[in-house]
Design a protein. Structure first.
Length: 495
């Protein structure tokens, strides 16, 4: 997991610790001021100090909440990037539902621990220590009476924490299974409808949903008990002060001062119960996220290593070679085919991943930036991202100028579609290219692949006539449909 004590988060933690000390000091001033008032001191200046102290405590709590949210969001932002890096890695086989669950529930657990778990510890511990010190100044017996329930509650928390962790893990497993089933059912909705299986799938979802409900209730038994223990400790502290007063060990002014401090103490003590819950939820989420973070780090290190070791392609960047399978020169048109469509799909996927040599350089060793410059891929089965037409068309070439984009859009025959759209090139496509038709989406993929005419163009599109679009293309074109233009090479995967 990313380090908490890192970057701007260090400054946030220092601010939070300072806020805890400030609140403890203000609480002590407030208690002493109340004691002086009840002892007969009615100077206006003292009341002004009390009012300013109350205002200061409120402002400190306000700033604490803002800084806590900054801390949690900064950490989750880094963790979210790692999660998506792992999800986009070719080796990741997690279902859509599981990935969405990780990006929502697991990251929410991480954020809650940072902003609602660590923060009460960073600010609450100095505050609790400061309040106990203030009580000791009033009367050492009060400090002992208040501390005793807190120590007892602290002794019970580790046992409750272990039970919370076990039940949190069980709940997360069931949530993940439910999310995966929901995603699979939604993706296969046409099949479900065609086979008349709507009721059966809903019943299966209901069973998984009931298991999630049962697991959540099962966990709440422990988390509720944890919160009850900490809240009970705060209440017992108040009872202890009342008992000391009834026994004649405290005068009215001392009781008022002690009660004032206990009022400030109640919030951080009660928060400790939630801290345990957030911590165990975080540990359960971290157990899932940690391997993904390691995979993301490996992917990033491999990409950095490829960038550092890469030697720029020389003069003959147009020569394309698949060792033992294919050698093609600029202007060649390669028709890849097989009696088994799966073999064609595998060959196209391998080329898209860079399992090919361009200009004598192995694209598997090339960094992603170089690979996208030298290889353009347009495949019907590949889903398009969410974004504007301009962004999607220029995704392979981030620095593409608007004029370049308009020209390639016109080349593939999308000018009427763009003109008909309300926002033209700024029209947003979502959910696999909606509201455009499949043919228009395939033309957009082709536009992206053609931008700046890479040396190797891989095309697996049957919905668009390609001969006119690819006429006089200067590079090598590998297509699953035969092309008329250029020198044709027959790449039969069955021989």
């Amino acid at each position: 997991m990313p380090r908490v004590w890192s970057g701007d988060r260090r400054l946030h933690l220092v601010h939070l610790a300072g806020l805890g000390v400030v609140q403890a000091a203000l609480a002590l001033i407030l208690a002493l001021g109340v004691t002086r008032v009840l002892a007969g001191d009615s100077r206006p200046e003292l009341f002004a100090v009390l009012a300013a102290t109350v205002l200061g405590i409120g402002v400190a709590r306000w700033v604490e909440r803002v800084v806590a949210e900054q801390l949690g969001q900064d950490y989750v932002h880094e963790q979210r990037r790692l999660l998506l890096t792992a999800a986009l890695h070719p080796q990741d086989r997690a279902s859509l539902g599981v990935t969405v669950t990780r990006a929502s529930n697991d990251l929410a657990a991480v954020r809650n621990w940072l902003s609602l778990g660590i923060v009460p510890l960073v600010t609450g511990v100095p505050l609790i220590v400061g309040v106990l010190a203030g009580l000791a100044l009033l009367d050492w017996r009060v400090a002992v009476a208040v501390a005793a329930p807190l120590v007892a509650a602290g002794g019970a928390l580790p046992f409750l924490a272990r039970a919370t962790y076990r039940r949190s893990r069980a709940l997360r497993r069931r949530r993940g299974r439910l999310s995966a089933r929901i995603a699979d059912v939604v993706i296969a909705r046409d099949s479900v409808q065609a086979n008349g299986a709507v009721s059966r799938e809903l019943n299966a979802l209901s069973r998984d949903s009931r298991r999630v409900v049962d697991a959540a209730v099962h966990r709440s038994v422990v988390t509720g008990l944890t919160r009850a223990v900490t809240a009970g400790a705060a209440s017992l502290s108040t009872v202890a002060v009342v008992w000391l007063a009834a026994a004649g060990h405290l005068d009215p002014a001392g009781v008022a001062g002690a009660m004032t401090l206990l009022g400030v103490l109640a919030t951080p003590v009660t928060d400790l119960g939630r801290v345990v819950e957030y911590r165990q939820n975080h540990l359960a989420a971290a157990r899932i996220l940690r391997p993904l973070n390691e995979r993301a780090a490996e992917h990033r290190e491999a990409e950095d290593r490829r960038a550092a070791e890469w030697t720029p392609v020389g003069e003959h960047t147009g020569i394309v070679e698949v060792p033992g399978e294919l050698v093609a020169f600029p202007g060649d048109r390669v028709h890849v085919h097989s009696a088994d469509p799966a073999r064609v799909d595998a060959a196209v996927a391998a080329l898209a991943r860079g399992e090919v040599s361009v200009g004598g350089a192995d694209m598997r060793a090339a960094p992603g930036k170089v690979r996208r410059e030298l290889i353009g891929v347009a495949v019907t089965g590949m889903a398009v991202e969410r974004g504007s037409v301009a962004r999607l068309a220029g995704l392979r070439v981030p620095g593409a100028r608007p004029l370049e984009l308009r020209r390639v859009i016109e080349r593939v025959g999308l000018r009427p579609s763009v003109a008909a759209a309300d926002r033209g090139m700024g029209t947003t496509l979502r959910n696999g290219g909606s509201p455009w038709s499949p043919e228009e989406v395939d033309r957009l993929k082709l536009a992206r692949a053609l931008l700046r005419e890479p040396p190797l163009l891989v095309v697996d599109i049957a919905t668009v006539p390609l001969d006119g679009i690819l006429a006089n293309y200067p590079g090598v074109v590998v297509s699953t449909t035969p092309l008329q233009d250029g020198n044709t090479i027959d790449w039969n995967l069955d021989t």
